[in-house]
Every structure is written in structure tokens, then in C-alpha cells.
Design a protein around this ligand. Structure first.
Ligand SMILES: [Mg+2]
Length: 164
């Protein structure tokens, strides 16, 4: 099984089958922030996202943001959504994922990693044997090194998923 093949390709986090996850024993979500939950260049949390976060809590999901970002903004967003947070994560290295799991009191086998990048979010999740979900990036705004990775993603994903 390829380390670069997510278990699911989804248009965004709202497409996650929360009932199906719970039925399959997946009760934990580790979620990337930039271009997965919010466009990288905004601080505004849309009402729809706030409602989704409340729905997760009501259903009993354990949720932790795992972000390579280091700005104060990440903490503010996590607080606003009521999610745990591990920032400066250095994905795809495993340490931050493991910290996140211990923070919410869960294990890899019950966890889905959700993100918009193949070489950080999906690879990191795969290396730890977690369920992985690749979502379409919310904006075309990326850091220079991310833009390079995007070109590689297009090669690896060629023909398998439409990327913008
Ligand atoms: Mg991202």
C-alpha cells in the first residue's frame, strides 16, 4: 500500500462521513489547519465551520489540530473551534501526531488524519498507520516550499484526483 495514497479524497471536511466513521470505530480526527479548515490567508472562521466543530463535539469526536504553522493565529482558531492544538508540528515526522493523540487520549487505529497536502498530512498519517483523508486545498495561496510540493503532488496524484 502506497504511503502516498490517501484512503479517501474529499472536496472538504464537510464531506467526511461522520456516522460512517463512528460506525467503523474512528472517533478521533487530527486535522490540518491551513487550506484544510481555513484558507491560509484568512483569520475568519465561517459559521458553517463553527457549526461543524460543534457537531463533532456533540457526536463525541476527539479532535486536535496538527499544524506546521507557528503563528498566534493557529491558537486563536483552535480556541474558537474548541479543538486541541499541536503547532510547529514538522509534519510528516511522527512526533506531533503522537503528541496530539496523547493529548486527546486516543490511539492511531481509531484516528483519521485530514489534510490538504500529500507530503505532510497524508504521508505523516500513513507512516503511523492512520486512516488518511486528502481534501482539496481551500485556496491557491501557499508558501514557496509548499508550491514546490504541490508540483510533486500533481505528478504523484496524476489522473487520480482533480487538483486546482
Ligand atoms: Mg495545509
Amino acid at each position: 500500500m502506497s504511503l502516498f495514497a490517501p484512503d479517501e479524497y474529499l472536496v472538504d471536511v464537510h464531506a467526511i462521513d461522520l456516522d460512517g466513521y463512528m460506525a467503523a470505530g474512528i472517533d478521533t480526527l487530527l486535522i490540518d489547519l491551513d487550506n484544510t479548515l481555513l484558507p491560509r490567508d484568512t483569520n475568519v472562521v465561517p459559521t458553517e465551520l463553527r457549526e461543524w466543530a460543534a457537531d463533532l463535539a456533540a457526536r463525541g469526536f476527539k479532535v486536535c489540530l496538527v499544524s506546521n504553522n507557528w503563528h498566534d493565529r493557529v491558537k486563536r482558531v483552535a480556541d474558537e473551534l474548541g479543538f486541541e492544538l499541536v503547532a510547529k508540528a514538522v509534519k510528516p515526522l511522527p512526533f506531533a501526531f503522537l503528541v496530539a493523540l496523547s493529548r486527546v487520549g486516543s490511539v492511531r487505529s481509531k484516528t483519521a488524519m485530514v489534510g490538504d497536502q500529500l507530503f505532510t498530512d497524508v504521508l505523516g498519517g500513513r507512516l503511523l498507520g492512520m486512516h488518511t483523508v486528502l481534501v482539496t486545498p481551500l485556496s491557491g495561496s501557499d508558501l514557496p516550499h509548499t508550491l514546490l510540493l504541490r508540483r510533486l503532488e500533481r505528478v504523484v496524484l496524476a489522473g487520480r484526483v482533480p487538483l486546482p
